[in-house]
Design a protein around this ligand. Sequence first.
Ligand SMILES: Nc1ncnc2c1ncn2[C@@H]1O[C@H](COP(=O)(O)OP(=O)(O)OP(=O)(O)O)[C@@H](O)[C@H]1O
Length: 309
Amino acid sequence: MAILEVKNLRKAFGAVQAVEEISFSVESGEVFTIIGPNGAGKTTTLEMIEGMQTPDGGSISINGMKWDKEADRIKTIIGVQPQSSALFDLLTVEENLDLFASFYPRSKHPSEVLEMINLTDHRRKNVKSLSGGQRQRLAIGLAMISDPQIIFLDEPTTGLDPQARRNIWDIVLKLKELGKTTILTTHYMEEAEKLSDRVCIVDQGKVVTLDTPANLIDSLTKEREVRLHFQDGEAAALETEQVAKNDATVVRTELEGSSLKLWSVRPEETLYGVFGFTKERGYRVEQVSIREMSLEDVFIAFTGKEWRD
Ligand SMILES: Nc1ncnc2c1ncn2[C@@H]1O[C@H](COP(=O)(O)OP(=O)(O)OP(=O)(O)O)[C@@H](O)[C@H]1O
């Protein structure tokens, strides 16, 4: 069942069309990730769904409810961690959670949230003494305190080191186990690929593609890059390139010194052929790799833009 439905969403700031045409629906229990270049309209889209910006056009339905009619009820089922969170620096972690819990008629017990965000041992620390990753985990905890069904996380891992990022991934996975729906934006492809049930790529205020990470990767060309490095130098690589060029599975080749790159539609078959030849000649190949396509390749293919990490 779709818990969130967004149709033909539009928003301009003066002459800037931040969101031009965004439509998607999110199923209950999904981790749904929006990625896109800087200024693509991700935050504006999230803020409209969260009720913080009014769309110029289009519709938003959250569990069948609309902002103009049932704002109070919508607020009880969503939790928001904005890109820059306002935490009370002079209060402790636990006091921040207690305070936010007091805003809601029903909330989770702060100790339960502390466990989920792995801050139980730090609960008596002042927020100002927390690390960046701990602050971000607390911000997510505050979004979770009302036990919402849908949680919005806007770039929760930006600027964090790899370990702190992984700690946040653990929280997203725990939320999924609890059957919550998570709407995420991120600048890290690895994160989108690892956590998301579906990924929506937006560019210039429009959805350019939307599917599971695996389907998006499969939708790319079937060519894979095969790399070989020859111990016997350039001549061996050159000779092998000539043979590979006549192989029907090889689409194109590139030679760089003793390294040979082959783009193949059936890498395994290509390698059988190549190794048949190198064995016959007694050439030694010291490194072989097949580069798999990633979400980053999908991003580049659909937006024509390089990804920045
Ligand atoms: N309040 C505002 N006033 C004027 N322009 C705005 C405002 N908010 C966003 N914009 C513009 O709208 C466009 C989309 O911005 P938005 O923040 O939604 O993009 P984003 O995809 O979230 O970018 P980033 O990845 O950098 O966070 C940008 O050109 C931005 O400068």
